[in-house]
Structure formats: C-alpha cells, structure tokens
Design a binder for this molecule. Structure first.
Ligand code: COA
Length: 330
C-alpha cells in the first residue's frame, strides 16, 4: 500500500436534456398533483431526453465539459468508465459509444452497473486504477435516460426519475484528493428496485411487453427505510477510515432520490443543513448520474472550495450503497 499514488479529481462537467417535465405536466398524465409530489419527494421538475437522445449522447456531452474543465485532451484519457442503468444497448458497452463520440482514441472502456450507487462505485474503481499506477487519467461518467424505462402510467414511479449526466476526470496528484471509500452490497434485497425483463431471465417477448416488465418496478416504502440506514453506515465508516468525523465535513452530496430521505440522513448524521447539497427539486432522481451532476453543480456554484472535505454517498438497486471522502484540491 505504501507505493500507492495519490489521486484527485481535476475537473467535472454535467449535462441535462433541455426538455423540462413539471409536476403540473404530470397531473395531466397520471392521477397525482404537485402538492403530493413536492411534499412526499421534494421534486418540482425533471429533465427528459429526446426520443433520439440516448444515454451515450448525454454522457458524451458531460464528458466533453469535464475534459475542458480539467484541461485534458480526449487522447490523454486511458480509461472511460460509464456507470448507468439505462445503457444504449445490451452490448457494446455505452463507454465504447462515448469513446467514439468524444474521440478518446487511446482509452480502454467499460460500463459499471451498481444501481444509483454507480457513481460512487465508479469513482472508487477509477481511484484504484490510478493509485496502483495502472493508468494516469481516467474519465468517470454517470449517465441516465431512465425516462425511457419508466411506465408513464404508474404514478408510484414516474414522478421520481429524470435524465442527465455528470462526469469527472481523475488523475494522479502530489496531494491526496481521494481520502477513503467504502462500498456495500446486499443481494437479499434484489426485488426492491428492478427492471425485470429484456435480458437472460426474461428475454423480450410479447408477454413481457404486455406485462410491462421492461419498466422500473419499485417497492418505494421499503427502499426508503433502508436508504437512510445504508448511507449513514457507509458515510461514518468511510470518514473513520481516514480519521475524520462528520464535524470535519464541509459538504455532503447524498444521492438525490427524495428530500425526506436526505432530511432524515441530515438528522441522523447530525450535520448542518447548509452543508448538505440538494438539487433534486429541479432534476429528480437521475440515478447513477445523480451525485456526479450534483458534484459538478456544487463546485460551479462555489459550494465546494479548495481544501474542503466532501462526502459523496449513495444507495440504490441491488441493494447497493457506498460513500467516498474527497479533499477538494482543484
Ligand atoms: N400521487 C398521488 N398519490 C400517490 C402517488 C402520486 N404520485 N404515489 C403514491 N400515491 C399514494 C399511494 O397510492 C398511497 O395511497 P393509499 O394510502 O390510498 O394507498 C399514498 O399515496 C401513500 O403512498 P406511499 O407509497 O406510502 O407514499 P410514500 O410516502 O412512501 O412515498 C415514495 C412514496 C415512492 C415517494 C417514497 O416511498 C420514496 O421516495 N421511496 C424511495 C424511493 C427511491 O428512493 N427510489 C430510488 C432508489 S435509488
């Protein structure tokens, strides 16, 4: 472990589709109302990709912004990791499609799927590649067009999700920018959030289409209870690994799923509200893109400054959960 390289994020970028879907728009589509959605979730609007806009398109736009922000040329990227739950196709990997779009001709490419925790998994994976000296520059992208997998007649799920992408370039540095990380999985909760059909268990058939098995299914209440517990556990554990405590944190970016989950996490961690970054009111739950978009927005809005201790924490389908602690050194 002693010969490990220090790693830091040297640039971020994000992109969300232009089309806005408000709660008022949803009132015309399903039996719901703005008041219910805003009080139960905190979401007022979300962005929706165009029909011809795939996940690799939103991912590439965020990636180009992160490359520019980090002053990195596409050809300098050694590895692209795309984390998504709404990949363009079963194969090739969305990372390959992004590579082609941004002309990162020297990069290795793979996708990583870990539900809404994907971004934390991907950042920790990228960190290992650089820390061990295997690669110098890694591009991590969290990207989703989950709106294409949402049943727009199901009020339990369609109000929650939005599309978008966030990206970060990681590089070896003099100082340590990534301080610690922690990942967890619990497959015994595999039935809480899923898109059941379209792959090997239930290949696409007339029956799977008729039974709407290609859409997101979720046991919202059960997810809610586990989310707070898991994000608290991984946050405290990760901070402990680098000898920090919640009091040392300048900014925490939780997965943007529901304002009540974020408020409960704020309470149980006993962290001040103004240190908790929230943007779900305008974007909804962008799944694997959520903390990546939020990180970029927090930096650009000046909520994260040089030297700040930042925690990203998430939970999602699997169940998966994880946290990463950064010292912001840009
Ligand atoms: N508009 C109006 N009413 C709705 C509604 C909607 N969009 N969705 C559900 N309801 C109704 C329900 O039918 C239920 O009615 P009933 O009491 O007559 O049966 C009532 O509202 C309460 O439903 P419930 O599911 O208990 O609400 P909730 O407070 O748990 O909120 C979620 C539902 C989905 C918003 C919430 O459980 C949640 O956010 N869970 C976590 C989901 C999540 O984070 N998923 C992503 C993980 S990465």
């Amino acid at each position: 472990m002693t010969n490990m390289q220090n790693v830091k994020i040297i640039g971020t970028g994000s992109y969300v589709p232009k089309k806005v879907l408000t709660n008022e728009d949803l009132e015309k589509m399903v039996d719901t109302n703005h008041e219910w959605i805003i009080t139960r979730t905190g979401i007022a609007e979300r962005r929706i990709a165009e029909d011809n806009e795939a996940t690799s398109d939103v991912a590439a736009k965020a990636a180009l912004k992160a490359l520019k922000d980090s002053n990195t040329k596409p050809g300098e990227i050694d590895l692209i990791i795309v984390t998504t739950n709404s990949q363009d196709m079963i194969f090739p990997a969305t990372a390959c499609l992004v590579q082609k779009k941004i002309k990162a001709v020297n990069a290795a490419t793979f996708d990583l799927q870990a539900g809404c925790t994907g971004a934390v998994y991907a950042l920790i994976t990228a960190w290992q590649f650089i820390a061990t000296g295997f690669y110098d520059n890694v591009l991590v992208i969290g990207a989703e067009t989950l709106s294409k997998f949402v049943d727009w007649t199901d009020r339990n799920t369609c109000i929650l999700f939005g599309d978008g992408a966030g990206a970060a370039v990681l590089k070896a540095g003099q100082e340590k920018g990534i301080l610690s990380g922690c990942l967890a999985g619990d497959g015994s909760y595999d039935d809480l959030i899923m898109i059941p059909a379209g792959l090997s268990k239930y290949p696409a058939s007339h029956e799977t289409v008729e039974r709407k098995m290609h859409y997101v299914k979720m046991k919202g209440n059960e997810v809610f209870k586990l989310a707070v517990k898991h994000m608290k556990r991984t946050t405290v554990k990760t901070l402990g690994k680098c000898n920090l405590s919640v009091e040392d944190v300048d900014c925490i970016i939780p997965h943007q799923a529901n304002i009540r989950i974020i408020s409960a996490l704020t309470r149980v961690l006993k962290i001040k509200k103004d240190k908790v970054f929230v943007n779900l009111n305008k974007l909804g739950n962008t799944s694997a893109a959520s903390v990546m978009i939020a990180l970029d927005e927090a930096v650009k809005e000046g909520k994260i400054k040089n030297g700040d201790i930042v925690v990203l924490t998430a939970f999602g389908a699997g169940l998966t959960s994880g946290s990463i602690v950064l010292k912001w050194l840009k």
